[in-house]
Write a protein that binds this ligand. Structure first.
Ligand code: ADP
Ligand code: ASP
Ligand code: MG
Length: 449
């Protein structure tokens, strides 16, 4: 039986009509049964900008950005010779109406924010379905499918949690036809729907995760992530242009890379793939013939350091109190507060009377969290830090590795280290100003480029 393939195209693969047609060709060439797409390049950023303008500025300023969004989508529709603009214009007028509502009320609820952001993907999938129709030239049925019918989530707007069992049930009910190859569905990444019927989003970069969830729901064999680089590199090529593309990487290593900041994959993408044993491929929609990277359970080698990642916008919270001395339950009290605020902590170290942990800078906007932590201990905050991670194998059992790392870092001050918890990861905090230097030095030392 033919393999079932889910393909995901990110914003860079959806930049304009040419990019869409190119991506449609890739989807066909690689036998996609279902295609998940992101918003067109820059549109999610623009919708977020629009919400902020609507909250804080005049309607005239909002309107010129709305017009820009309208023109961009109309221009792609024109180039794709989309005859009936009713549906696209309906979505564009939703952009206008929601932003007008935010502007009038000077209020943007989390629900409204998700609703406006969802329009990026809802418009791009409509346009991409048209591109796919053109390239298929009538040889196959193509349907723009509203993913909200299957991607059930809770109502944590902005970071909605998928309901896996329900997604499986709904995918089976609604999408099975694509398994036979008689129809190709085009659907939206990033968005879902709560039980009450409200539109939700999975968090920035969430289309990778959507595609993986649908691949799981369909029981797909392969998940293809098509982006603007020809696979996963030893580090972000924007930091080290000589970074090397890797032909394979294990699930554990790739998951560490994604969790610790490599934008190429949304951090939770691999969880559904691992659960369902789906092979994952990352390739470039611009260079589909390049080799790309396979993410596998096991690879032919297991190098000590395979890759490195950088996670920006980190803050270090240090909580100190003599009450910690010889007492128990203190960490429990701290994490209870983080849990109540649904905030995840990336890394942690402790000493006799203090504990340091990292959170995203934006967490500091949550004044209530800080006030609650202050009832337990003195809280010292350091902002604008970056978490640098080395990812590989047997890291916590290799003598001399720490020495090599600190030698390579030279005069770059290391603010905090996490080592030992994972055999795949060694990470540390540095000031943002030296973060790229740290990655470059380490890449040069361990990868040799
Ligand atoms: P898309 O729009 O397709 O989702 P993203 O911009 O989210 O694409 O992710 C692709 C980008 O991820 C690349 O352009 C690259 O700058 C960045 N990136 C970060 N780390 C890596 C890495 N290790 N290998 C390749 N690309 C990486
Ligand atoms: N469009 C969304 C974003 O820009 C989701 C994605 O592209 O993966 O974050
Ligand atoms: Mg992405």
């Amino acid at each position: 039986m033919a393999k079932i393939i889910v393909s995901k195209f990110g914003g860079s693969s959806m930049a304009d009509a040419i990019a869409m047609k190119r991506s449609a060709g890739v989807a066909i060439e690689h036998s996609a049964n279902l295609v998940t797409v992101s918003a067109t390049y820059g549109t999610t950023n623009n919708l977020i900008k629009l919400s902020n303008l609507a909250l804080n500025s005049s309607w005239e300023e909002c309107e010129s950005l709305v017009d820009e969004i309208v023109e961009k989508h109309h221009s792609i529709a024109r180039e794709l010779e989309l005859q009936d603009l009713t549906e696209l214009d309906g979505l564009l007028s939703e952009v206008r109406t929601i932003s007008k509502g935010i502007n009038l009320l000077r209020d943007c609820s989390a629900k409204a924010f998700d609703a406006i952001q969802s329009l990026g993907e809802r418009m791009s999938s409509l346009l991409f379905a048209r591109a796919l129709e053109i390239v298929w030239d009538g040889k196959k049925e193509v349907e723009n499918f509203d993913v909200r019918k299957v991607l059930r989530t809770d109502d944590q707007f902005g970071k909605a949690q998928p309901q896996i069992k329900e997604i499986r049930r709904l995918c089976d009910k609604e999408l099975s036809r694509c398994k036979s190859g008689e129809i190709v569905y085009v659907t939206q990444g990033f968005i879902g729907q709560s039980e009450e019927g409200h539109t939700t989003t999975l968090g920035r970069g969430g289309s990778d995760y959507s595609a993986a969830l649908i691949a799981e729901g369909l029981g797909a064999d392969i998940l293809q992530i098509w982006t603007d680089v020809a696979g996963i590199a030893t580090t972000d090529p924007r930091i080290v242009p000589t970074a090397k593309l890797m032909s394979e990487i294990t699930f554990s290593e790739a998951a560490e890379l994604a969790t610790f900041g490599a934008k190429i994959l949304h951090p939770t993408t691999l969880t559904p793939a691992l659960r369902e044993g789906i092979s994952v491929y990352v390739g470039s929609s611009y260079e589909p013939l390049a080799k790309g990277t396979w993410i596998r359970g096991e690879c032919s080698d297991a190098p000590l350091i395979r890759a490195m990642a950088l996670k920006k916008d980190q803050s270090l919270l240090t909580l100190s109190t003599p009450k910690m001395l010889h007492s128990h339950g203190f960490l429990y009290e701290i994490f209870k507060i983080f849990n109540q605020h649904k905030i995840s902590v990336d890394s942690i170290t402790t000493s006799e009377i203090s504990v340091s942990l990292t959170v995203e800078d934006s967490t500091l906007l949550n004044k209530k969290l800080i006030t609650e932590l202050e009832t337990l201990a003195t809280v010292n905050i350091e902002e604008n830090l970056c978490l640098v991670s080395l990812i590989g194998n047997n890291i916590n059992h290799t003598a001399g590795l720490a020495g090599q790392i600190f030698n390579a870092l030279g005069d770059i001050n290391v603010r905090m280290i996490c080592l030992g918890a994972s055999k795949h990861n060694f990470c540390f905090l540095v000031n943002e100003a030296r973060a790229h230097d740290a990655v470059k030095e380490l890449h040069h030392h361990f990868i040799g480029a």
